[in-house]
Structures are given as structure tokens and as C-alpha cells.
Write a new protein. Structure first.
Length: 268
């Protein structure tokens, strides 16, 4: 674990696996941290990959930057991180907001992106209703803290049936959300309210940049239909639907998620 001073922000990250392994950077969603990828890090490093898992600014052990953090800001932070590590190209993966940051990395730093892994995310721009919701939620988190929101949405972060059936997974997700600084979460929500349209990024993705799209069968935030829509934009993309999972299949069904991910990486 090392801190990095890059792009004006101290970004905490883990860099595990062989130095000469093919690099994979995994970007957590909101409001989580790098530890959500622990099962993927173990599987990928065992398979010989170099796995980089950052805490985004405002999350985990990275410092809080109050105000508004655009998805572009997160992408620039991660590009600075990869450059500082001497990584010229990486497989860039993310879940939910992390997937949208992966889009931004392809948009802003295309040469860094060897392939895309998009889990439980969406490409369309934010709706007017969504903008209002995110901005109001940002203020609510500042006022109330993370606990009420966490308790309210746990049965959407995980498939509702997994909240009780998978107590360890539920406890892990709950702990990450409780521990998030509401100022960092609010800054990201304000920035995400300004999310652009990433459909053109997918539509323009060349066959030389492979793309894996994963989604939990019972994801209510970004349902299977959303993943199918993304696949239709990138004709060469591969879609994997993870059974028995909601919005966080990498946590809920790590074996199935890892199998799909490793099969995809083996084709690169």
C-alpha cells in the first residue's frame, strides 16, 4: 500500500501481483473503497496479473476533496497514478460509478486503455430527475451522515435476497458505506449529476479495444436491459450476466464474476 501525490491529490492504492504481469486497474463504485475488489485481486494476482486498486479521492484512505468532483477528475487522478507507476496501458475496469470513470478514462486518456471491463454501469447521460436526486442526496448525506442512506439502499446494492442469505457480503458492503466520509460522497454525487453521454465512447470503441460487460441478473439500479443496450453499441463487446446477484456481483458471486473476468482477460 502506497500513497501517491499526483494530479494534486494524494491517492491511496494497492498494487499487487507480479511487476511484469499484465496490469489491471479496478475502480470501485459509490460509496465504497478499494477493498470491494479483494476477491478479484486474489484471483487475478494468482493468475499472474498485476492488479492496481485505488481509493478514489474522497473515499477510503484517500483524502476528502469537498465541493464537486467530476467523473473527469477521477479519471485524471487515475491516469496520473498509472503514469507514476510507469504503466503505459492497462485493462481498465469499474463497477457502477467506477464503470463511468472507466468510460472517462477511455474518453480522456484513450492510449492508457488496453481493454474495458464495465460492471453494472450505464452509458446514457444523467436525466433531469437524476440530477435533482443526486444533488438532494448530496445535501442529505452532509446533514445525516451515511448510515440512514446505507440502511435504506442495502437491498438494492445487493440483491434483496442476498442481504440475509449472504451476511458476510452484506456486512462488508455496509461497513464500506458507513465508513465513507459524507463530504467525499457528496462531492462525487454533485459531479455525477453532470454525467455526460458515454454512448459515443462505446459506439466508437474499435475492435482493438476489447470490452467485457458484466451485470447481476437482479440488479435494480442498472438492470440487464441496460447492459444489453451497451453491448448493442459496441458490437464486439462480450456480455456476462451473473446469476444470483444484484448491483455488486463481484461481491455477491465472486467465483462466477472472476471466472467471466479471467476468461475475458485470457483472450487479450
Amino acid at each position: 500500500m502506497n500513497p501517491l501525490i499526483g494530479n494534486g491529490v494524494n491517492v491511496f492504492f494497492e498494487d499487487l501481483g507480479p511487476r511484469d504481469g499484465a496490469p489491471v486497474i479496478l475502480i470501485h463504485g459509490h460509496p465504497f473503497n478499494h477493498s470491494m475488489w479483494s476477491a478479484q485481486t486474489a484471483a487475478l494476482t494468482t493468475a499472474g496479473y498485476r492488479v492496481i486498486t485505488p481509493d478514489l479521492r474522497g473515499y477510503g484512505q484517500s483524502p476528502v476533496v469537498p465541493g464537486k468532483t467530476l467523473l473527469a477528475d477521477f479519471a485524471d487522478d487515475l491516469a496520473a497514478l498509472l503514469h507514476s507507476l510507469g504503466v503505459e496501458q492497462a485493462v481498465v475496469g469499474g463497477v457502477s460509478m467506477g464503470g463511468q470513470i472507466a468510460f472517462e478514462m477511455r474518453l480522456r486518456h484513450p492510449g492508457l486503455v488496453r481493454a474495458l471491463v464495465l460492471s453494472d454501469t450505464s452509458a446514457p447521460p444523467e436525466t433531469e430527475e437524476g440530477k435533482t436526486y443526486r444533488r438532494e442526496l448530496a445535501e442529505r448525506l452532509i446533514e445525516e451522515g451515511m448510515k440512514p442512506y446505507t440502511d435504506e439502499v442495502m437491498d438494492k446494492m445487493l440483491a434483496a435476497y442476498n442481504v440475509t442469505a449472504m451476511p458476510e457480503a452484506a456486512a462488508k458492503v455496509t461497513a464500506m458505506m458507513y465508513a465513507t466520509d459524507p463530504r467525499g460522497a457528496a462531492a462525487a454525487l454533485r459531479g455525477r449529476a453532470e454525467r455526460p453521454d458515454y454512448a459515443p465512447v462505446l459506439a466508437a470503441l474499435p475492435a482493438s479495444v476489447p470490452c467485457l460487460i458484466l451485470v447481476g441478473r437482479d440488479d435494480v439500479y442498472t438492470p440487464v436491459a441496460e447492459a444489453e443496450s451497451m453491448r448493442s453499441l459496441a458490437a464486439h463487446a462480450v456480455l456476462a450476466v451473473i446469476e444470483g446477484a444484484g448491483h455488486l456481483p463481484g461481491v455477491e458471486q465472486p467465483e462466477a464474476f472472476n471466472r467471466a473476468l479471467l476468461e475475458f482477460l485470457a483472450t487479450l
